[in-house]
Design a protein around this ligand. Structure first.
Ligand SMILES: [Zn+2]
Length: 454
């Protein structure tokens, strides 16, 4: 029941067709059809050279004015009837008198592009339809990874943190160059898998961290607990965790720690940056995270719902058994419970992360609905958790996650008001990233829309 609305976003070609029609209907300046060309090219997966070819490069120079009747600034404030002025890749002003309006988003909710702190961007289903994991290097897997980035961007996510796979690296770099459309990617490259004694000595752990940095890691991902499908027991000792997180700190890298139960406390005491999942942590553990300023990224639903909905595609592939699925069914209510308790913990910094794996890319925003509907998160906090707070947790709080002068022009619009109806997060009508418009189905292109015409 959670998924049917995504039929309208699930098919890039359909979206692009709608987009192209909407763009033409809006009678945009002559340069804009070049953007349609980029979009179509990218869907055909032949766009690798589009942006370096001057004939098909999007018109990036100049000034763009976006009209907004409702603007969430990403930090918890709402402005009304204003205009955002973008020059090149940056927001330069909020000026209600700026004109002429190039993109009229009045009637929608405008906010910063979302940040998903926890995805596995290359993780896909293989040619046989079965789970292929995150590390496949076949041509088919490469196309799937590109498709994942496109769907994620179209769903309103302009930045994702992928945790992680070595195959993230070339994808991140092509997107950063502007040669592929997709969200800005930060990657952990190869995660540190806790394997008890076998994980290695503290010195070996520090060497592993350095190796990831040399391979281009933006952060370090650490597994300090087993999968929840195997019970979630601790796989790294306190000493090992101390070495991993201290080693990363010394390299200037953040640490994200996959942790359940006791591992949550251990990761917090080790000075790690952020705890992922946190299922079955105690209230005292949550308090400790708040005291240490440890960011917390629990999941209220999408990841488990996605596994259950795609059970036949995962079952029998490495790590996925009937017993594992039975465990996941039990865990869903515990996941909601940890989010509910986290919300009530004063000072705990709850960031947004969907843990999107195969089958969930482009549906990341379902996690907002799960958090608000099932786990007591207030809608404004849910938005901030994927805007300024997620940016701060990535140490990018001065660059992304807010709509304010000096910030990257990562701007999206929703058909509806997520503060009143959280399902509006499914209806992303406009996506701009670093000043380039990748989606604009604003006017009349979504059949359910009944807002004000320009
Ligand atoms: Zn994950």
């Amino acid at each position: 029941m959670v998924y049917h609305r995504h039929a309208q976003h699930g098919f890039a070609g359909l979206v692009a067709g709608k987009w192209a029609r909407a763009m033409l209907r809006k009678r945009l300046p002559a340069a804009r059809p070049a953007w349609i060309a980029l979009c179509v090219l990218s869907i055909l997966c032949v766009c690798a050279s589009a942006q370096t070819n001057s004939t098909s490069a999007p018109a990036k120079k100049g000034r763009i004015v976006i009209g907004a009747s409702v603007l969430l600034d990403g930090r918890g404030h709402v402005s009304r009837d204003t205009r955002i002025v973008v020059e090149d890749s940056k927001i330069v002003a909020l000026d209600p008198k700026a004109s002429p309006i190039d993109y009229d988003l009045r009637g929608f909710t405008v906010l910063p592009g979302w940040i998903d702190s926890h995805v596995h961007i290359t993780w896909s289903f293989g040619e046989n339809g079965k789970n292929a994991g995150a590390d496949e290097t076949t041509q088919f897997a490469a196309y799937q990874a590109v498709s994942n980035t496109w769907l994620t961007l179209m769903a309103g996510f302009t930045t994702v943190q992928s945790v992680g796979s070595p195959t993230d690296v070339p994808l991140r770099d092509e997107i950063a160059k502007g040669a592929l459309p997709g969200p800005r990617i930060l990657t952990a490259v190869e995660p540190l898998e806790g394997r008890g004694e076998k994980t290695g000595t503290p010195d070996e752990t520090r060497a592993f961290v350095r190796k990831q940095k040399e391979a281009g890691a933006d952060l370090i991902k650490i597994f300090a607990s087993q999968s929840i499908r195997q019970g979630g027991g601790m796989t790294l000792s306190q000493d090992q965790l101390n070495a991993a997180c201290d080693g990363a700190n010394k390299q200037g890298l953040r640490t994200l720690v996959h942790a359940y139960k006791d591992a949550v406390r251990a990761a917090t005491l080790a000075g790690c940056t952020e705890v992922e999942h946190g299922t079955m942590a105690t209230d005292d553990d949550l308090k400790l995270m708040a005291e240490h300023g440890t960011y917390f990224d629990p999941q209220a639903g999408l990841v488990i719902e996605n596994y259950l909905a795609n059970k036949a595609r995962f079952l029998g592939t490495p790590g996925y058994t009937e017993e594992g699925f039975a465990a996941m069914e039990r865990v869903l209510s515990l996941d909601r419970d940890i989010v509910r308790r986290a919300v009530k913990t004063p000072g705990l910094k709850l960031v947004f992360g969907s843990d999107a794996v195969a089958g969930a890319h482009g549906r990341n925003a379902e996690e907002f609905i799960d958090r608000v509907r099932d786990a007591g998160v207030d809608p404004m906090s849910a938005m901030v958790s994927a805007n300024s707070l997620a940016a701060e947790a990535m140490r990018m709080g001065e660059r992304i996650g807010s709509i304010a002068p000096g910030y990257e022009a990562d701007i999206i619009a929703l058909d509806g008001d997520p503060l009143k109806d959280i399902t509006a997060v499914r209806r992303v009508t406009f996506v701009m990233k670093v000043g380039l418009v990748y989606k604009n189905v604003a006017w009349g292109a979504i059949p359910t829309y009944s807002g004000v015409e320009p």
